[in-house]
Ligand binder design. Sequence first.
Ligand code: ATP
Length: 361
Amino acid sequence: MEQLNVKLLTHYTHKMAKIEKKIQFYRAYGNEKYKPMIEKLEKKVEALNEKATLYSGKIKVENETKLVEIQKRLETETDVNRKKELEVSLSIAKDKEDAITNEEHILSLSHLSMRFGGLKAVDDLSFSVKKGEIFGLIGPNGAGKTTVFNCITQFYKSTLGAVYYTDHHGDVHNLNDYPVHKVIDLGIARTFQNVELIWELTVLDNLLVGAHSLFTVNFFEQMLHLPKLKKEEAILRSKAESILTSLGIIAYKNVIPYGLPYGILKKIELARVLMSDPRLIILDEPAAGLNDTETLELAKTIQNIQKTFGVTIILVEHDMELVMGICDRICAMSFGQRLAIGTPTEIQSNKQVQTAYLGGE
Ligand SMILES: Nc1ncnc2c1ncn2[C@@H]1O[C@H](COP(=O)(O)OP(=O)(O)OP(=O)(O)O)[C@@H](O)[C@H]1O
């Protein structure tokens, strides 16, 4: 039953996301004649949201029942290993309840573990990220940071644990229930360690390609080059221009990115990410390959993105100055486990962190 309710919630959420994209386009058309269409679609979203809320509620009740059941089983369980397993299940269910009731959080990792054969790359990791904050994940090489990102975005399916994400309607999803290509529909976008642009296309076209999932026109409408396609292209073009302007790189709009300074390429990549209207952006080593001036500039850009677009940002970074300078909170990892979590000041003064990451300085 639990799986059925989860499936129905994911189904209605996906449908809502599609219609919401359509509404955005019709609004951007700025034409009065689309007003009734927008109203009709908004009513559809409302109806779908009611269904999503209904199934969210059922999932919540099921979780509460599960909590009571596990607690009862724990009272009578005598096997030590089984008891440990039950304690983890209880804690995962409690984290789910917390994700549902605590409106402050956008993402909660609960007992996340990822094994590669005998290697525990992520080992029983739990932490929560607050809406609107810049959250840093630090740790030495091989600590498991990128694996955490891959588990959040479902590039890897974790061996154990849950990744709870609260969408803009307030519904809580375990991202493990989503295939990798549907995670973006929930408003989660990421960048990788290397800049990945299409070098033959202009900066603007790179942004438009990145936005292909936003088109509401179907394959046949695209093939026939219907006016609707042209309209949507024009809307996306103007959106891309406004993002490039706010990141201070509009001058590069018609330039082929090949050969541009790395700092500019990083900004173009961030601009492309913003095209999908993310609520949560995951940045994997954004400062890698940048010089000091470019890193400083990147720090400003990340802060600007957080403020202007009202997004939550999680980043993995080795550049401690950048991390300490822009993060609201930081989680320090070691050998796949959580070592400490807190504000930059708390992390800097944490003895274990000093020893493990900052070389005792
Ligand atoms: N696909 C994989 N198959 C096998 N082992 C892997 C895989 N991905 C990561 N690992 C291993 O998991 C551990 C954690 O790797 P991960 O890349 O997550 O660390 P990291 O903290 O991001 O390191 P870095 O700072 O160097 O990027 C490493 O020992 C790595 O070799």
